[in-house]
Design a protein around this ligand. Structure first.
Ligand SMILES: [Zn+2]
Length: 355
């Protein structure tokens, strides 16, 4: 079958690889619908962050069931989003359903071959069905939307709350939408990218153009000097994390959602003011998919296409064969992009043609 395979640093090839092998309990053979490019994939491609080579990337993906020999509830043609983490049985955190907090887990597109390929076997438990009329590109956004939801559920939202999201990329844009869905009265979004800010204002958010001044100053000015009660750092830029800490109101909550691109130096005064304001800082990682049917991923699927908008965040959908060229351009930043997806299944390519 065809796959985009990472053979080494900056060395991605669209080539034939052997058919996949069944994995886990009640393995289901799926055809990959669409697969998204995560910021972490760009780091695996161009910054040596891959666990090993060769590696097929791709952990944000939708699927069409092809064969489910041991799963009576699934039939050929069913559409799904697939949770990419394969937990390890016997791990204490996994035993209580906290798969992402466990150790020794396996992961599609990171520790084992992922979804930038035509077919995969996945355990039945990893399959989250979506309505069969949901576009495959949208279903591929369940994974990042789940990451954003998991982070926002850490926060306690006070009455008539104002929130600030720093970073209007896909994860920040999803976090902002969840804050609104979960009950914030005002959600501000800051970025330096005009096109991303435009997208956010089209989605009904107040925006802060971070090119025009210090984000913390601008956020305080927009909130009568108080600062937002909830601040989400969604860029991974160490400076943005300092701005997040500085802009939060007294007893504010700061969510660290971006994986930092470098070390962070916190000035003594910043720490002192963090203490005096009694800030709460939250770390967050991945999403929780248990109990099945009542989990964060089930919540994402229920909101997708209703009040959670992903179409506006998708800047490019390309055939998988273009992956080598696309990754080159993402790495040298010769194109503007937001969420980039590959349409793998013929159905996904057809959806793009007719949309
Ligand atoms: Zn990701």
């Amino acid at each position: 079958m065809k796959a985009a395979i990472l053979n080494g640093l900056n060395d991605l090839e669209y080539a034939d690889i052997p058919e996949p092998e069944p994995v886990g309990e009640n393995p289901v053979l799926i055809r990959v619908g669409a697969v998204g490019v995560c910021g972490s994939d760009v780091l695996r491609y161009g910054h040596g962050k891959a666990y090993h080579y060769p590696l097929v990337l791709g952990h944000e993906f939708s699927a069409i069931v092809e064969e489910a020999p041991d799963s009576p509830h699934l039939s050929a043609g069913d559409r799904a989003a697939v949770f990419p983490l394969l937990h390890r049985h016997g791990d204490p955190m996994s035993e209580i359903g906290e798969y992402a907090l466990g150790t020794g887990y396996d992961y599609f597109g990171s520790r084992r071959h992922g979804a930038m390929s035509e077919r995969m076997w996945v355990p039945e438990q990893s399959i989250f069905r979506v309505p069969n009329d949901m576009p495959l590109t949208h279903a591929a956004m369940v994974e990042p939307a789940g990451v954003a939801l998991h982070a926002m559920l850490k926060v306690q939202i006070p009455t008539h709350a104002t929130a600030l999201v720093i970073g209007a990329g896909p994860i920040g844009a999803l976090a902002a939408q969840w804050l609104r869905i979960l009950g914030c009265s005002r959600v501000l979004v800051a970025d330096i990218d005009d096109r991303k800010l435009e997208t956010m204002s089209r989605l009904g958010f107040e925006t802060i153009d971070a090119k025009t001044g210090d984000t913390a100053d601008l956020a305080r000015a927009a909130t009568d000097g108080w600062g937002p009660q909830i601040v989400v750092e969604a860029t991974g830029n160490p400076k943005a994390l300092i701005q997040a800490i500085e802009s939060a109101s007294v007893q504010g909550q700061v969510v660290l959602l971006g994986d930092l691109s470098g070390d962070l130096h916190l000035a003594k005064d910043t720490v002192s003011s963090l203490l005096r304001r009694e800030l709460r800082l939250y770390g967050t990682w991945n999403a929780k998919v248990t109990p099945k049917g009542r989990s964060e991923w089930d919540m994402v699927i229920a909101h997708l296409g209703r009040d959670l908008h992903v179409d506006e965040l998708i800047s490019h959908v390309r055939p998988l064969g273009e992956a080598p060229a696309v990754f080159r351009r993402l790495t040298d930043r010769s194109i503007w992009y937001n969420k980039v997806l590959f349409a793998v299944a013929a159905e996904a390519q057809e959806e793009v043609r007719t949309s």
